[in-house]
Ligand binder design. Structure first.
Ligand SMILES: Cc1ncc(COP(=O)(O)O)c(C=O)c1O
Length: 390
């Protein structure tokens, strides 16, 4: 039987290089290692991987993940198994954190710009979404402090931030701002959801440690999120919450875990086999090497192909380049010429709750190999010329 229903989230018209998608290259999926993991997991202990899992997540993965994260340079400290909870990826974790920490009508603060698919999760929960500005160093905690002190500002229950290799602008929140943010959460009584899915994808200088490492409040005020989507494969739908054990207990006690058991339990058994065999570390090493090279290639291509009026800062990790057009070009309007030239991207307005960033766009280095990225960037340059002569 043939079906016309799609298999994948991604959809790209024929002939178009869509630089907008932040999905991994299919050739970088560790297919053989995952097949070996599935073989070993199902061959030796099928009663475990195919049953309902423990509510906090598959215990052996919690233990080996804690040890592995503790050994990572970008974690800079020990992670205890008691401070982890396994999730069905960061998106599901944000949804569950929002369920546990807010009620409809509450306010959530987000960065301007922020990850363009996140707003809908907060809207699903009936939250009031308020933006705060960012600069080259990420969230402007001074502007946030002013907002929180102002009499008119609604008291937020949640703040959503992407502190490391921000999506879309690639910024990294410095240590001092991270500390300031934790102090503000403690003083004003809100929970920080720190979406740190790119924390382990660094290509040079290390980022500061995850926000949960800096949370010294007795009951915790930070929910740090990691994801196997960015270090293994997104189809596994597996990630983790890293937080004070008081916060972890709230996730463990959630209705969804009580009824369905640990989230993405089968995927967790595969990730455990990958971790214990060393395949996960080998995969992360490969991703850093391949994406790191692409990242340098893209910086050179952008410099060579685009006019000086297009400004960008090569990010130190993650997937995204944020291009700012200093000559007043509207990137929503440019999209028509871009598609005619066979290229696409995410316009800046997609990342703003208030319709800002009309002069910016995001491209990703993750999906295409360097030769296709080069062709896409050349097509973008052609589109710019065509747009300019209209
Ligand atoms: C900042 C950010 N958060 C979350 C996600 C989705 O993560 P997951 O696949 O773990 O749900 C992405 C994917 O692009 C992302 O960029």
């Amino acid at each position: 039987m043939t079906t016309h229903l799609p298999s994948l989230l991604i959809s790209i018209p024929d002939g178009v290089i869509d630089l907008g998608w932040g999905h991994p290259s299919p050739r970088l999926h560790p297919t053989d290692a995952l097949a070996a993991a599935a073989q070993s997991v199902l061959g030796t202990q099928s009663a475990v991987p195919l049953q309902y899992g423990a509510v906090q997540g598959f215990g052996p993965l919690l233990e080996s993940l804690a040890a592995w994260l503790s050994s990572q340079e970008s974690y800079a400290g020990a992670v205890a198994p008691e401070s982890l909870f396994l999730t069905a990826g960061a998106s599901a974790a944000i949804d569950l954190a929002t369920t546990l920490c807010s009620t409809a009508g509450d306010t959530v603060i987000v960065e301007e710009p922020t990850y363009y698919l996140i707003g809908q999760i907060f809207i699903d929960h009936g939250l009031n979404v308020v933006g705060v500005p960012t600069d080259a160093d990420g969230l402007d905690t001074g502007a946030l402090a002013d907002l929180l002190e102002s009499a008119e500002s609604p008291r937020p229950k949640l703040l959503y931030t992407i502190p490391t290799y921000q999506n879309p602008n690639g910024s990294v929140l410095p240590l001092e701002r991270r500390r300031h943010l934790v102090q503000l959460a403690q003083r004003h009584g809100f929970t920080i959801i720190a979406d740190e899915v790119y924390q382990l994808l660094h290509y040079g200088t290390l980022p500061p440690p995850p926000m949960a490492m800096l949370d010294d409040s007795p009951d915790g005020c930070v929910v740090s999120l990691g994801s196997f989507s960015k270090i293994l494969s997104p189809g596994l739908r597996l990630g983790w919450v890293h937080a004070n054990p008081c916060i972890i207990r709230r996730f463990v006690d959630s209705g969804v875990a009580a009824s369905g058991g640990g989230l993405s339990h089968f995927a967790a058994t595969l990730a455990h086999a990958m971790l214990d065999s060393g395949s996960l570390q080998a995969n992360v090493d490969t991703l850093r090497r391949v994406y790191g090279q692409r990242h340098d290639d893209v910086a050179n291509l952008l410099r060579a192909e685009l006019p000086d009026t297009v400004q960008f800062t090569p990010p130190g990790g993650g997937y995204f380049y944020w291009l700012a057009f200093r000559d007043g070009i509207d990137t929503d309007a440019l999209l028509t010429a871009a598609r005619e030239s066979g290229v696409s991207y995410r316009p800046g307005t997609a990342f703003s709750a208030s319709g800002g960033f009309t002069d910016a766009l995001r491209i990703s280095i993750s999906l295409y190999e360097t030769d296709e990225l080069a062709e896409g960037i050349r097509r973008l340059a052609t589109a710019l010329r065509a747009h300019g002569t209209r």
